[in-house]
Design a protein around this ligand. Structure first.
Ligand code: GFB
Length: 338
């Protein structure tokens, strides 16, 4: 099967993904991949393909090519990756750069070789320069130096966007890229060292409440600003983009709404443990001063998020309570039921 010719930039996809098409969700056990599987199952897609890390090392080209030959997906959501919060990113930059570069290289090449009809690659809002004007437009890519705390991860993700673009130009592959903002929701990593801020603070407040300890540590100054998108909204956006987005350039996915880390911590505190007091640890890194995406391109296509932050945190904490004995990153010891 040879790859179909891509449409002209901006032209909508003629046909939506058929419900019985073989669809590979790479990274299906992670925060994003598991949300994609839920969304696709809910949407009636009946032929989902997955492969666990034990079954398939996505960094291994020979293994990935053989898997694609055997399974022949028509559509691919590339949501696999080595990910983490500010501490994991800044202390394991080699691993973040290597793993993520290899994963997208093997999957993109295997997808080309078997004639995948469309591939959606997921990057991250950390691809943008640390001094990019806010809210960050897609055009800010590669206009300045990167945020040092996640440079390795960002470089890999930038290479992934470019790889999809170049495969489109050189081989006619219909590969597109979406850049989500900071995400949260079910199946997040709750390890206090390697996780992102939202799951880390949720678990910290939870543990403090169980221990009857009023003070809860928040890293950094609390003054930096971030945007948060519930992963179920991201999954919905991905399915929408698979049907409607055809451009070679990447597209931002977020809410376009940001708040300070102190405001985020207060919101989580109000949901989890209202009596707690925040204590800021200035010895921990702040990272980039502000990161909020310009989502006008996505809104113009007709998609907008549905889950606001406070209800999204409440939903996530309810999920946390239901799954507290088996959370990722806690060794099954997240601290007892909510
Ligand atoms: O979510 P986070 O780890 O990553 O941290 P980034 C966001 C902010 O929250 C930083 C503060 O200013 C942290 O210092 N923070 C406060 C905490 N308390 C905590 C805590 O207990 N744990 C954590 N982790 N942070 C990541 C990038 O940047 O964003 C990745 O490293 C990726 O590459 C991801 O792009 C979406 O928002 O700073």
């Amino acid at each position: 099967m040879s790859p179909p010719a891509p449409s002209a930039p901006g032209e909508p996809t003629a046909a939506a993904v058929p419900l019985d098409a073989p669809i590979f969700v790479a990274g299906h056990r992670g925060l994003v991949g598991s949300a994609l599987v839920r969304r696709l199952v809910d949407g009636g897609y009946s032929n989902l393909l997955t492969a666990s890390r034990a079954q398939l090392d996505l960094r291994n080209q020979a293994a990935v090519s053989a898997w694609f030959e055997a399974n022949r997906p028509h559509y691919v959501y590339l949501a696999a990756g080595t990910v983490g919060g500010i501490m994991a990113n800044s202390t394991r930059q080699a691993e973040f750069l290597y793993d993520n570069m290899m994963i997208h290289a093997t999957v993109v090449e295997a997808a080309r070789a078997v004639g995948v009809r469309k591939l959606l690659y997921l990057g991250s809002s950390c691809i943008y320069p640390r001094n990019a004007p806010q809210p960050i437009e897609e055009s800010a890519l590669l206009t300045g130096p990167l945020e040092p705390t996640n440079e390795g991860y960002a470089l890999a993700k930038i290479a992934g966007i470019k790889l999809c673009q170049f495969y489109r130009e050189q081989f006619g592959c219909n590969f597109v890229s979406a850049m989500p903002t900071n995400l949260y929701g079910p199946n997040d990593n709750f390890d206090l060292q390697s996780s992102h801020v939202l799951p880390a603070l949720m678990r910290k407040f939870h543990l403090a409440r169980l221990a009857g300890q009023r003070e809860v540590e928040v890293w950094g100054s609390g003054r930096v600003r971030r945007e948060f998108l519930h992963v179920d909204d991201l999954a919905d956006a991905c399915v929408f983009l698979m049907d409607h987005y055809e451009e070679s350039g990447h597209i931002n996915v977020g809410t376009g709404i940001d708040l300070t880390i102190a405001e985020l911590a207060e919101t989580i505190r109000d949901v989890v443990y209202p009596e707690a007091e925040l204590v800021f640890d200035a010895s921990k890194p702040d990272g980039i001063a502000r990161k909020v995406l310009d989502v006008s391109k996505l809104h113009a296509l007709g998609w907008k998020h549905q889950i606001d932050l406070r209800p999204g945190i409440e939903r996530t904490y309810a999920w946390f309570g239901d799954n507290v004995d088996s959370l990722r990153g806690t060794g099954g010891a997240a601290g007892g039921r909510a």
